[in-house]
Design a protein around this ligand. Structure first.
Ligand SMILES: [Zn+2]
Ligand SMILES: [Zn+2]
Length: 431
C-alpha cells in the first residue's frame, strides 16, 4: 500500500492518495490558502489530471477551499464524494458566484457549479467500497458544517484520516465515543496539527463565545457580525445570543446568507433547536417597515465583505446611534493583521465602524494540543502518526504523547509492514 501526501507541512492545499495494488482513492484536493502570494502549482487541468489518474474516487472531508478548492479541475470520469449538506452549500456558493458581474470568471464558475451539482454524497457511518478499499465517514465538528474524518480499511490495515476537526464545538460531543466504539486502534493515523503553531491562542468553547456575545448585545442594540457564512456553529452562537435579548430583535442578512441559514434550519435544525435559525429577514433598503422595526427593536445582522454589504452599511450606519452600534469580527485574526494572509476587503469592512465599538470574538475551528493528544491515545496507532495541515516549523511531539507514540511520528518518506509513506513528493508524477 502507498500513502502519498501532497504538501503535508503546510496548512491547507492538502491531498492524500491511498493506493493498494489494484485501487486508488484520494482524500481532499485542496487549494493553497488565500494569501498575497496565492499561486498554486497544482491549480491547472493537466496537473490535476495527472495526479488523479487511475483513481477510483475522490472524497472530501469538508467544503473549505483548502480541502476542496481544485475539485472543478478533476476529469468528469472520476466520481467525487462529499457530505449531503456540504454538497448543497458548495452548490449554493457557486450559484452565487455565477451571478457576479465579472464576466470573465462566469464560465469557470458555471463549470464549477455543474461539477459540484454532479458530486455524489456519502452518509455518516455508511461504508463505501472502491475495489479492495473500504472507507467510512464519521461526523466531526469543524468551522465547516457536515465535516468528516475517514476510516480507510485495506489490505488488512486501518488508517484514520482526521481532516480538520476540533473538540470545543457544540457538535464535538460525539468525538470520543466515535473513536472509542467505531474506530478503535488504527495502524496509521493521519492527523491535522493546525493549532500547534498557535499554542498561546485562547480557545473558548462555542458556548462561552455565545455568552460573551450575549453580554455585548445586551448593551448594544444594533450588532453587525462578520463571521464565516457557512460555519453553522458560529452562526448559531450569535443567533442564540440574539434570541436571549428581550424584546425580540430581528435576525437580518442578505438572500445568500438567508438561504444558507434556512438550509441549516431544515437539516441540523431538525435535530437540535440550537441550529434552528427561525425567521430570518432579508435586508432591503427600500423596505421602510422592516427598517423602522429594526431601528425600534434593535437587530443582529450577518455581514460579509462584499459591495452589497458596503452599500447596506453606508445606508444604515448614519441613522444608528454610534454608541449603541457594535461590530463583531469573528474569524481568524491573521486575515486582518499585517502579513501575507491579510485580507484587504475584511479591513475595509471593519473601517465602516471607526466610530463604533469593534470586538474581536473568535474561537478556532481546529483541535487543541489536548484534543490531538486524546485522539492519538484513543486510536493508539500501531505503526505511524503522520501530522498534516500544520506549519512546517511545528513539532507534533509537543502535544505531549508518550515516548512510544512519539517514536511513530513520521515527517519524511518511510516504509513499514508493506506500507510506503511518501510525503511532499518532489515531483507530482511520483506514484
Ligand atoms: Zn483546512
Ligand atoms: Zn477546514
Amino acid at each position: 500500500m502507498q500513502i502519498t501526501i501532497q504538501r503535508p507541512a503546510q496548512i491547507g492545499g492538502q491531498m492524500t492518495r491511498i493506493s493498494t495494488h489494484s485501487t486508488s482513492i484520494i482524500i481532499d484536493l485542496g487549494h493553497n490558502l488565500p494569501s498575497n502570494d496565492n499561486k498554486d502549482a497544482l491549480d491547472n487541468d493537466s496537473t490535476i489530471a495527472e495526479l488523479t489518474q487511475g483513481c477510483s474516487a475522490i472524497l472530501y472531508t469538508h467544503y473549505h477551499g483548502d480541502h476542496i478548492g481544485l475539485f472543478h479541475r478533476v476529469p468528469d470520469s472520476i466520481p467525487q464524494y462529499i457530505g449531503p449538506v456540504a454538497k448543497q452549500i458548495v452548490c449554493r456558493k457557486y450559484q452565487q458566484l455565477c451571478c457576479l458581474p465579472e464576466k470573465e470568471c462566469s464560465a469557470a464558475f458555471k463549470h464549477a457549479f455543474r461539477t459540484a451539482s454532479n458530486m455524489k454524497i456519502f452518509q455518516a457511518k455508511q461504508t463505501l467500497y472502491f475495489g479492495d478499499i473500504a472507507i467510512t465517514p464519521y461526523f466531526v465538528s469543524h468551522s465547516a458544517y457536515d465535516s468528516y474524518m475517514f476510516l480507510i480499511e485495506a489490505e488488512g490495515k486501518k488508517i484514520l484520516h482526521t481532516g480538520d476537526f476540533r473538540g470545543h464545538g457544540y457538535l464535538s460531543k460525539g468525538l470520543e465515543a466515535t473513536l472509542k466504539y467505531f474506530v478503535g486502534q488504527v495502524d496509521v493515523l493521519i492527523i491535522e496539527g493546525t493549532m500547534l503553531a498557535r499554542p498561546e491562542e485562547k480557545v473558548r468553547t462555542e458556548m462561552e463565545l455565545c455568552q460573551e456575545a450575549t453580554k455585548q448585545m445586551n448593551v448594544h442594540k444594533y450588532s453587525f457580525i462578520h463571521c464565516s457564512s457557512t460555519d453553522i456553529e458560529r452562526l448559531a452562537s450569535f443567533k442564540n445570543a440574539n434570541n436571549r435579548i428581550i424584546p425580540k430583535r430581528a435576525l437580518i442578512t442578505d438572500a445568500f446568507q438567508k438561504d444558507i441559514l434556512d438550509l441549516f434550519s431544515r437539516t441540523a435544525g431538525k435535530q437540535s433547536s440550537c441550529f434552528d435559525f427561525g425567521q430570518v429577514f432579508t435586508y432591503n433598503e427600500h423596505n421602510q417597515k422592516l427598517k423602522e422595526w429594526m431601528i425600534t427593536n434593535g437587530f443582529t445582522m450577518f455581514v460579509r465583505a462584499t459591495p452589497k454589504f458596503h452599500s447596506y452599511l453606508d445606508h444604515l450606519l448614519p441613522i444608528l446611534p454610534a454608541t449603541e452600534t457594535l461590530f463583531i469580527y469573528s474569524m481568524w485574526n491573521g486575515y486582518i493583521t499585517n502579513g501575507s494572509t491579510q485580507n484587504t476587503e475584511y479591513i475595509r469592512l471593519q473601517e465602516h465602524f471607526a466610530n463604533n465599538k469593534i470586538l474581536h470574538l473568535h474561537t478556532s475551528g481546529h483541535a487543541t494540543a489536548e484534543v490531538l493528544r486524546k485522539v492519538c491515545n484513543l486510536t493508539n496507532p500501531r505503526l505511524a502518526i503522520i501530522p498534516i495541515h500544520r506549519e512546517k516549523s511545528t513539532d507534533f511531539k509537543s502535544i505531549g504523547i508518550s515516548p512510544s507514540l512519539q517514536e511513530k511520528i513520521i515527517t519524511q518518506d518511510y516504509s513499514m509492514e508493506g506500507i510506503d509513506v511518501i510525503l511532499a513528493p518532489t515531483s507530482h508524477t511520483r506514484q
